[in-house]
Design a protein around this ligand. Structure first.
Ligand SMILES: [Mg+2]
Length: 303
């Protein structure tokens, strides 16, 4: 069974209509609170030879990414730490990373939990606040599709880390940094709240997450290959290791950029955003004229 069919099963058991978006919005008084959680687990999201210094930062960022994609500001978090008995010294660097990220994003740890475990893991539950919740559904045919920055860098960084080299070139170090220490642009929350008809953050990869947006909004989504932003570092990487940059940009996960649809073109003042496609009547995900199969990363598939 893959992840989405497992989620469907859970929704059925719980008889839930709300499960399945980046965050769960709850109206409390006159406020809309957003709830989300995400875990980083050794062996699944990182390996034990990866430097642990950025782990706390990344664990916060991956949750912030979901809150911002829903148009919200991160506010509070609870941290569950799974800690091997022989690695208790890591508490220091992990929590320094968490504290640094909280200062950067303007949120606060208000509690948590620790447990001994075979593998290291950080599970964060985060609460955000939004003026208006933006979901994966809501995009219409003829909407424009925007992306908040270059994609594919994180996958390249991961491949470099897996090479276990002792020396890396400067552009390779930048790609590794983008994998280990993703930064979410908080300014996007205002743009999304104001203009987006639907939005999603890119955790599993552009093709996979664009597929979710298309499916949930019930529209056909067309990506223009030439408009997809690719960093100079990824271009260098693809020349050196003979890869196709578009393959990395479309298939790579963990970039934590935000993909969103808007009814009208955004004003020119919205710098750093890329118009990468459009929505049409119909269904399915296309790269130019080619239909993309949903080959997203799935924790539960064996390949
Ligand atoms: Mg998400």
């Amino acid at each position: 069974m893959n992840e989405s069919s497992l989620i469907e099963k859970v929704k059925k058991i719980l008889d839930s209509k709300i499960i399945g978006d980046d965050t769960a919005p709850m109206k409390i008084g006159n406020k809309t609170l957003l709830f989300t959680n995400d875990i980083l687990l050794e062996g699944q999201h990182f390996l034990d030879h990866f430097p642990t210094v950025h782990l706390g930062w990344k664990a916060v960022s991956v949750n912030v990414s979901d809150i911002v994609a829903s148009g919200g500001q991160p506010k509070y978090l609870l941290v569950s730490l799974l800690l091997p008995k022989n690695k208790t010294d890591l508490v220091d660097s992990i929590y320094r990373g968490i504290a640094k990220a909280c200062r950067y994003y303007g949120c606060q740890v208000i509690g948590g939990n620790m447990t001994a475990s075979d593998k290291l893991g950080i599970d964060i539950f985060m609460v955000g606040e939004a003026k208006k919740f933006v979901a994966r559904r809501g995009a219409h045919p003829k909407d424009n599709l925007y992306l908040s920055g270059p994609v594919g860098d994180s996958k390249a960084g991961l491949e470099l880390l897996l090479m276990k080299r002792t020396v890396y070139e400067p552009f390779e170090k930048k790609l590794i940094e983008r994998h280990l220490r993703p930064v979410v642009d908080l300014k996007l929350k205002n743009l999304i709240g104001r203009y987006a008809t639907a939005a999603i953050d890119l955790s599993d990869g552009l093709s996979s997450d664009a597929g979710h947006l298309s499916k949930n909004s019930r529209v056909k989504l067309v990506l223009n290959a030439k408009q997809i932003p690719i960093s100079d570092e990824l271009k260098q990487f693809c020349i050196k290791y003979r890869h196709d940059p578009i393959g990395f940009a479309v298939g790579g996960g963990e970039d934590y950029r935000i993909l969103f649809a808007t009814k009208n073109r955004l004003p020119k003042t919205a710098a750093g955003l890329y118009l990468i496609g459009s929505l049409k009547q119909g269904s399915g995900l296309y790269l130019d004229k080619i239909k993309l199969a949903n080959k997203s990363f799935d924790h539960f598939s064996s390949s």
